[in-house]
Design a binder for this molecule. Structure first.
Ligand code: CA
Length: 231
């Protein structure tokens, strides 16, 4: 099951909000819209979005106020905020970026332009992957070339399994809980069920074959990569 990035649209003009939501949905995102910051706060408290599209002029407190608030709140400080501004408000873009917005887009905008901005802020939020090479026993991973080899032979695996192995081989002999792995491998504001981790661990072990036993399950806690497997 693939997680669809959640986009919270905060926009008081229903026609615009609805149009954006339809376009985002067609482009494989999961949008929700609200008409002001107070309602956005309620949404955020319930489910953390992956991106916030924030209108500048809102009833009640302005977009600037909310951007600043969310940037200073531990729960929301890494959620990308993209400002939606009308042409006449262009002069305030600097203020928007100062308040902690990641980017802004001027209305009217095309769907392609909006999608490109959203993809760009989502990419920037993906966790950093180590790019050096690590070898443990006969298992070698190279973060820069995305290659894995076991006893000199290449090992094929999917991109998520690669990222998982890359993280584990850089943090060996420690037990990582499923939620820690989600934070470090998938990114901390991405909502994925914890059992997704189990699915990818299983695939990773299968890909590794004989080397798969270096990934130990620590019952009730999580997973550990060890050079000295007990089984
Ligand atoms: Ca408005």
């Amino acid at each position: 099951m693939r997680h669809l990035p959640r986009v919270l649209i905060v926009e008081d003009e229903p026609a615009i909000a609805e149009l954006i939501a339809i376009n985002l949905r067609h482009n494989g995102l999961s949008p929700t819209y609200v008409e002001d910051g107070e309602k956005a706060q309620i949404e955020i408290d319930a489910i953390l979005p992956d991106v916030i599209l924030l209108d500048w002029m809102l009833p009640g407190q302005s977009g600037i106020y909310w951007a600043r608030k969310w940037r200073n709140d531990v729960r929301t400080k890494t959620v990308p905020i993209l400002f939606l501004t009308a042409k006449s408000e262009e002069i305030d873009k600097v203020a928007g970026l100062d308040a902690g917005a990641d980017d802004y887009i001027t209305k009217p905008f095309s769907t392609q332009e909006l999608m490109a901005r959203i993809r760009s802020v989502l990419r920037r939020r993906a966790p950093q992957q180590a790019e050096d090479s690590v070898s443990i026993g006969n298992l070698i991973i190279d973060g820069a070339t995305h290659r894995v080899s076991w006893q000199g032979a290449p090992v094929k695996m999917g991109p998520t399994e690669f990222k998982l192995l890359n993280f584990l081989m850089h943090h060996t002999e420690r037990v990582h809980s499923r939620s820690q792995l989600l934070d470090k491998v998938w990114g901390d504001h991405i909502f994925i069920e914890e059992r997704t981790v189990d699915v990818h661990i299983k695939r990773l072990r299968e890909a590794l074959g004989d080397a798969g036993n270096m990934i130990e399950t620590v019952r009730g806690v999580g997973y550990r990569f060890t050079q000295h497997p007990s089984n």
